[in-house]
Design a binder for this molecule. Structure first.
Ligand code: HDE
Length: 747
């Protein structure tokens, strides 16, 4: 009895201590004895409303009606609450048995917060994991109305879109500028239902049949044992696969070309890859391929530039996209169609339109422009929008239908299937970014994460209880009644799919000497990274079947014998549209670095900045230190500037080495140098020169050119004033690079 009393006494004592301690931990609570601490989350005015994706009226997960007042979003209300809406007094201290005591299981706020955090990540996409999205508007030109009844292509019709760009092989945190294919997926929220155009920046694919997709991806992803290399094709398993499955050679040469390292998402073409079937109001059909044509032209990085960017700015493309949108240089593309008669053979100019490893050269079927896409808004939340967006080739509006391309057919299965685990169930179309912008009246019910509160009792058709609704309509989606060939079930390809080399050779022959040089270097680099001799030899054999010069140069670089071709070369005409070294392009959103020397003054720099702005580009002043110099704001210091960020360099002075810098060494002379220019500026200029970028100097800036040993070389300008330097620089920017600076050993 005595012992029981003692235990009870001890428990009461502990409880009162807990109460005492709890009181201490509730700021401002009566009698707590501790001063009230100002929370960093003291209520503030809600942020001004942001434009929000239009979506059907519903209730957000935070309980706010999205339709009525779109400003009611999390972190914009006055008070912090639990997920159930109870206001909180403290979110920084867990509920403990005394200040030093264990955490109590009853701390429901702690458990809600941590449990939610523990489950914040969802499986990343099995491919295309790293992406960057943006909102925009598509405007139809009305030029496709005789081809398809799809309403979003009507003249002047505006449709909201969400675009997600991506790399294919890397994980979600990998670098942007790796050599890889880029995804270019567009969700058109049309009045007639969502249309997803899920394309790439390369018009052909590695394989002809979807059943091989797991194989090519297993081969391209990091090795299963050590999980390296990340986001690279330069390894044994990739080259093992593509040299064994020679249908992959066409896609591979595009990857090894400059297309594999785009300058920017803004300067990429996009391709629907497959052939689609379109139907117009009169019921007439055509076959068609979709193209995106960038307003700024197709431009790429130099390989060394891409490698440096991977290190100094792994978010290079993502940042470029968002900086451009925020600076008002909205990225633009025209949507184009290559159109072919819908014949029973489904071929055009002898090319099998169902073979996704083949293009139709633009010279044979010009790309007809049917509308314009402008990206004008950065997502509000990466996870909610870019991560949760779910594309699917089967999201088709009336007027656009699929063909029997075996790759396309397989994709029609895969995209819904993958969302079930990635987004946790069949209701992913109800996630805000995936919601159609037109009325949805389906009879799909229940399932994980059901957000809709469906009325009615008869989700079936026909019914007599819900007024017979909903009814079907003749203006709805039409599965175009295509005749299915009477045939025998087989696991086979059409014979026309056996040509694996003619278009690879055509691509090679269409390249300029500089582009050919880059392709040779890329193959040589990637294959040199393989360990297995047999794999290198097998791929070099594939190159022999593409072109003798390509094969000879790569084989020499690898120290391998040059094999003879095992196939006969087919006569092919080059397709000039495939080369990037053509034409002149707008310089919107280009970044111009201006190196200044504070010791010599910033005369004329402010005026040049204004001129650059007026030309639609962005000037960035680079100085030894941050802050403001002579009224000009410094955006980059010598420590933070790296050449890869800039499309061109203006030199407004020759800044001296920092007084405390280690004695400079002249690498070329191998001796202690008498450098009078800061070595970081010299590195900036030397790299810009190697990457064939335009460089212009005036005043003291000429000394930098002299010290870098590049004065007078192509694309290096010495001018009398900043304004004159900029005037001479602009035509060079229009051509994107000073191409003659790249060495070219092939014709
Ligand atoms: Fe995809 N692909 N793919 N693909 N694909 C996915 O879907 C797949 C193919 C493309 O930004 C996955 O939601 C198969 C060609 C893009 O969200 C998955 C085959 C083309 C994106 C899938 C292909 C693409 C994907 C992974 C062979 C260019 C990113 C996550 C038949 C025309 C979309 C997801 C985004 C994503 C399957 C081939 C483009 C697993 C089976 C060809 C741009 O469903």
């Amino acid at each position: 009895m005595e012992a029981k009393k003692a235990v009870k006494k001890a428990a009461n004592k502990a409880a009162s201590k807990v109460a005492e301690a709890l009181g201490d931990r509730i700021p401002g609570s009566p009698g707590s004895g501790t001063p009230t601490v100002d929370e960093p989350t003291t209520p503030i005015e809600p942020l001004p409303p942001k434009s929000e994706q239009d979506a059907p009226e519903t209730v957000t997960p935070t309980g706010a009606p999205t339709g009525a007042d779109k400003t009611l979003k999390s972190q914009q209300g006055e008070f912090l609450t639990t997920a159930q809406g109870a206001r909180l007094r403290d979110t920084d201290h867990s509920l403990k048995a005394g200040p030093r005591g264990p955490i109590l299981l009853q701390d429901h706020h702690f458990r809600e917060k941590i449990t939610h955090f523990d489950h914040e990540r969802i499986p990343e996409r099995v491919v295309h994991a790293r992406g960057a999205g943006a909102h925009g508007v598509f405007t139809g030109y009305g030029t496709a109305t005789d081809l398809t009844r799809a309403g979003f292509l009507a003249k002047g019709k505006e449709t909201q879109v969400f675009v997600r760009f991506s790399t294919v092989l890397g994980s979600r945190g990998s670098a942007d500028t790796v050599r890889d294919t880029r995804g270019f997926a567009t969700k058109f929220y049309t009045d007639e239902g969502t249309f997803d155009l899920v394309g790439n920046n390369i018009p052909v694919f590695f394989i002809q049949d979807a059943i091989k997709f797991p194989d090519i991806i297993h081969a391209g992803k990091p090795h299963p044992d050590r999980e390296i290399p990340q986001a690279q094709s330069a390894h044994d398993t990739f080259w093992d696969f593509v040299s064994l499955h020679t249908e992959a050679q066409h896609h591979t040469i595009w990857n090894m070309s400059d297309r594999g390292i785009p300058r920017s998402y803004r300067t990429m073409e996009g391709f629907g890859v497959h052939t689609f079937r379109l139907i117009n109001e009169a019921g007439e059909t055509v076959l068609a391929k979709f193209h995106w044509k960038p307003k700024l032209g197709v431009h790429s990085l130099d390989w060394e530039e891409a490698q440096i960017a991977s290190g100094v700015d792994p978010d290079f493309h993502r940042r470029d996209l968002y900086d451009a949108i925020e600076s008002g240089a909205f990225p633009e593309w025209e949507l184009g169609l290559q159109v072919f008669p819908d014949t029973p053979e489904e071929t055009f100019a002898g090319i099998d339109l169902l073979d996704p490893t083949k293009i139709v050269p633009e010279e044979l079927a010009p790309v007809q422009r049917v509308g314009k896409l402008v990206l004008n808004r950065v997502p509000t939340n990466y996870f909610a929008e870019t991560e949760q967006v779910a594309f699917h080739l089967g999201h088709l509006p009336p007027g656009i239908d699929v063909t029997n391309d075996p790759l396309l057919q397989g994709r029609l299965f895969s995209y819904v299937d993958t969302q079930l685990t990635r987004l946790g169930g069949p209701n992913y179309s109800q996630i805000p970014i995936n919601r159609p912008h037109c009325p949805v009246n389906d009879m799909l019910r229940d399932g994980f994460h059901q957000h809709a509160v469906h009325g009615g009792v008869a989700p079936y058709r026909p019914n007599s209880l819900d007024g017979g609704n909903p009814s079907t309509t003749d203006t709805g989606f039409l599965d175009i009644p295509v005749r299915v060939a009477e045939s025998t079930k087989v696991r086979e390809n059409p014979v026309s799919f056996d040509d694996h080399y003619s278009q690879v050779r055509q691509f090679w022959l269409s390249m300029s000497p500089v582009e050919k040089e880059h392709i040779i270097r890329a193959y040589t680099f990637e294959l040199a990274k393989c360990y297995e001799q047999a794999i290198k030899e097998r791929q070099v054999q594939c190159l022999a079947n593409i072109d003798p010069v390509l094969c000879e140069q790569v084989a020499t670089g690898l120290g391998l014998p040059v094999p003879s071709p095992t196939v006969e070369f087919v006569e092919v005409e080059p397709s000039p549209a495939l080369s990037q070294v053509t034409g002149e392009w707008p310089a919107d959103g280009r970044l111009i670095g201006i190196v200044v020397d504070p010791a010599a003054g910033l005369d004329g720099v402010a005026a040049v900045r204004t001129e650059i702005f007026n030309a639609g580009m962005t000037p960035l002043v680079i100085a030894p230190h941050g802050g403001e110099i002579d009224g000009v704001t410094v955006q980059r210091t010598f420590a933070t500037a790296r050449s890869v960020e800039f499309d061109a360099i203006l030199l407004a002075g020759a800044p001296a080495p920092a007084p405390d810098a280690a004695p400079a060494r002249d690498a070329k002379a191998g001796a202690e140098a008498s450098l009078t220019v800061d070595p970081r500026v010299l590195l900036l200029v030397e790299e810009a020169w190697r990457h064939a970028k335009a460089i212009a100097a005036w005043g003291g800036g000429a000394d930098v050119l002299a010290q870098a040993g590049i004065a007078g070389s192509p694309g290096v300008i010495s001018a009398d004033s900043g304004s004159a330097a900029l005037t001479e620089l602009q035509p060079l920017l229009a051509k994107h690079r000073v191409w003659q600076r790249f060495p070219a050993t092939v014709a």
